[in-house]
Design a protein around this ligand. Structure first.
Ligand code: BJW
Length: 225
């Protein structure tokens, strides 16, 4: 079981050029959250949602992992199974930096989920043109991401890891979205030391034993070293 559980959010990928979610205008690249990140939004206007994720998938090919992703990958090299990264991010920057023990609790941009057979398949192209599922052939694919109102992936594994952890570190997340926002309290209740590394105090900053504020590209290598 892992001794250190690291939770990452959009802030760890910000210095790679991936936009975060909660900007001052409350919009995600010009969209309201309920339009592009809910099952209801998808039912209402599939084309807009598929285009939104198609554009983010294309943009992902143009960015690279940064010093914070690399520092976590190097930490895994020394700690092995004793480190688990739980990411809310749907990008693949942890894996491209070399991390192998990564849980994508909000899904993965580079996978498509078939709404007919329920199988997720690797996907690097577009979904707007209504392609067929490589498994069952039905034309009913959606991004394999977790929208509001849906249950995040691998919650049992995450909860077990948080229960057993001696240290919990939260990196680059606003603490605005549950259940991830509640992980610090769970880990702390079960005896873990808790540390926040974020550009600014998160909504849950007072739950942590310690908080360090600044850029992930500076804070994470300094902590992991
Ligand atoms: C930097 C930096 C730099 C910038 N260096 N830092 C309890 C109370 C109230 C509500 C709820 C509740 N439980 C559930 C809910 C409902 C809902 C919810 O949380 N609503 C809130 C709005 C209140 N949650 C859900 O519906 C979830 N499902 C659920 O709870 O199911 C029930 C269940 C759970 C468990 C077991 C059984 C049943 C699902 C949530 C799905 C979230 N999906 C999204 C979209 C994914 C696909 C996509 O990417 O398009 O996930 S929403 C979006 O927010 C995305 C992110 O992963 C997530 C978190 O955002 P994140 O990463 O924190 O980003 P930001 O932008 O908010 O913050 C970035 C931070 O970085 C900032 O603080 C910056 O300062 C910082 N930063 N640059 C360091 N360089």
């Amino acid at each position: 079981m892992p001794q250190i559980v690291v939770l990452t959010g959009a802030g760890i990928s910000a210095e790679s050029g991936v936009p975060t979610f909660r900007d001052a205008d409350g919009l995600w690249e010009g969209h309201h959250v309920e339009d592009v990140a809910t099952p209801e939004g998808f039912e209402r206007d599939r084309a807009t949602v598929q285009r939104f994720y198609d554009e983010r998938r294309a943009a992902l090919a143009t960015v690279e992992p940064n010093a914070a992703h690399r520092a976590l990958a190097e930490l895994e090299e020394t700690m092995g199974d004793a480190l688990l990264v739980v990411t809310q991010n749907i990008d693949d920057l942890h894996e491209r930096a070399g991390s192998t023990r990564v849980v994508h609790m909000h899904g993965e941009l580079l996978k498509a989920l078939c709404r007919s057979c329920g199988v997720a398949s690797p996907w690097t192209g577009t979904l707007l043109d209504e392609p067929a599922c490589p498994g069952c052939g039905v034309h009913d694919l959606r991004p394999d991401v977790v929208w509001f109102g849906e249950v995040p992936y691998e919650m049992d594994r995450i909860t077990d890891a948080l229960t057993d952890a001696t240290m919990f570190v939260s990196i680059g997340t606003s603490g605005a979205v549950y259940p991830a926002a509640g992980f610090v309290q769970h880990a702390r209740r079960h005896g873990a030391r808790t540390l926040e590394l974020n550009l600014e105090p998160s909504e849950g900053t007072h739950f942590f034993h310690e908080a360090r504020h600044g850029r992930a590209g500076d804070l994470v290598p300094a902590w992991a070293r």
